[in-house]
Structure formats: C-alpha cells, structure tokens
Design a protein around this ligand. Structure first.
Ligand code: VGL
Ligand code: ZN
Length: 209
C-alpha cells in the first residue's frame, strides 16, 4: 500500500499519562512511539490529538463522591467510564511522549476541555454532537483517507476511527502502532466493531516494506 498526498496520519493521545508510570497508564503505551516515528516520514499530512482536561473534569472519578476509577456513571449524554485524574492541562502527564516526533504535524487538536463532557474521539465530544472542527479541517485540506495510530486502541483510537469512517473518510487503523486499555474485553470488542463497520485494520509493515 502506498501513502499519497490526500492521506492523513492521525496520532491519538501519545501522552505521558497513557504511558508506563503515567496516571492512566496503558500497557506498553510507549511501545507505539518507535512505530509511529517510522510511519511519520511517509505522510505529508499529520495531525495529533492531545487529551487536555481542566482540573476537576467530570470524567474523573475524583469529581464524583463515592465513585471509583474504572466504574461507570450515567451522564446527561449517556454512560461514562470514570477515570483516574489524567492529562490535566499544562501538566507533564499531558505532554506528548518526549520521543514522539511531533515536529512535522500541521495540526494539534486538544480535546476534553469542556469540564462537563468527555471527548474520546478526535472528531466529536462524547455527546456525539459537539464537533472539534477536525472534519472541516480535513475536508478543506482535501484529505480522503485517515490512518489512525496511538492510545488507547479501545477508547480514543476506536471512537476516532469510527467517527472518521462516519464522516466518510476511508479509515484504517494501524494496529501495531496502538495499545489498548483492555477493560472487560474492550480491546477485542473494539476490533470486532471496527471490522464489522468496514474500518480496515493493518500492520505497519504493510506501509513500511
Ligand atoms: C483516553 C480514557 C480517558 C484515551 C482518554 O486516550 O483513550 N481514555 N481519556
Ligand atoms: Zn481523558
């Protein structure tokens, strides 16, 4: 497969808090960095997302008395998993992994900034109506295909890929450039769901060799 000018590499939430010793560490999260850095030179369009929550964000278990991280609550917009405090605006944990080559990226989308709505997807907040503006940007830039990588496969990568596909971009997830949180089989569920929706799953060697 050859990468062309109308392709985008969408690098999702490769931030310290999602890497080992981070506040919401994803198993081997930093294992994505070397693979992503190898993919970057293939693309002329690169966008990054950065989970970027104000302190006291409503997705934090600490904002809800008597609720523990990794449990669910019902929010006005639907079910929401509660997380440890993570990716607080301006913190070390919210910074991109120091080895990630962010230099060639033309766009950084910060998401989860609204104190009362979480935002897994790079395209829409979890109310599925508030847009981040990424779709319009990609259309203006004549992007046709979106290649998703990063963290976490079963949350932000999954919701971003699903929305990219719904927004009529030809969508591919590069699986070895992702790692999953994997709560209660969420990794396999995300893979099955993406496959049945027509989102392509490939390995990086398909592009690199
Ligand atoms: C994410 C949970 C909470 C992610 C972000 O990047 O997958 N997961 N915030
Ligand atoms: Zn978050």
């Amino acid at each position: 497969m050859t990468i062309i000018e109308t392709d985008l590499l969408l690098i999702i939430d490769v931030q310290n808090d999602f890497c080992p010793s981070g506040a919401l560490a994803v198993n081997d999260g930093d294992g994505t960095v070397a693979v992503i850095n190898q993919l970057i030179p293939l693309f002329s369009n690169i966008a990054l997302t950065q989970d970027w929550h104000p302190a006291g964000h409503s997705s934090f278990a600490s904002s809800h008395n008597g609720h523990d991280p990794f449990t669910m609550i019902t929010m006005p917009y639907g079910e929401q998993t509660l997380w440890p405090d993570h990716c607080i605006q301006g913190s070390k944990g919210a910074e991109f992994h120091p080895d990630l080559n962010t230099t060639p990226a033309s766009m950084v989308i910060r998401k989860g900034t609204n104190p009362s709505i979480d935002s897994y997807s790079a395209f829409y907040e979890n109310d599925h109506t508030t847009s981040t503006g990424l779709s319009g940007y990609l259309r203006d830039r004549k992007i046709k295909r979106v290649f998703c990588v990063g963290l976490a496969l079963d949350y932000c990568v999954f919701y971003s890929a699903q929305d990219a596909h719904k927004e009529n971009f030809n969508t591919t997830v590069i699986t070895d450039a992702c790692r999953a949180i994997d709560m209660d089989g969420s990794a396999q569920a995300a893979i099955d769901s993406m496959t049945s929706q027509g989102i392509a799953l490939i390995e990086s060697n398909t592009l690199l060799s």
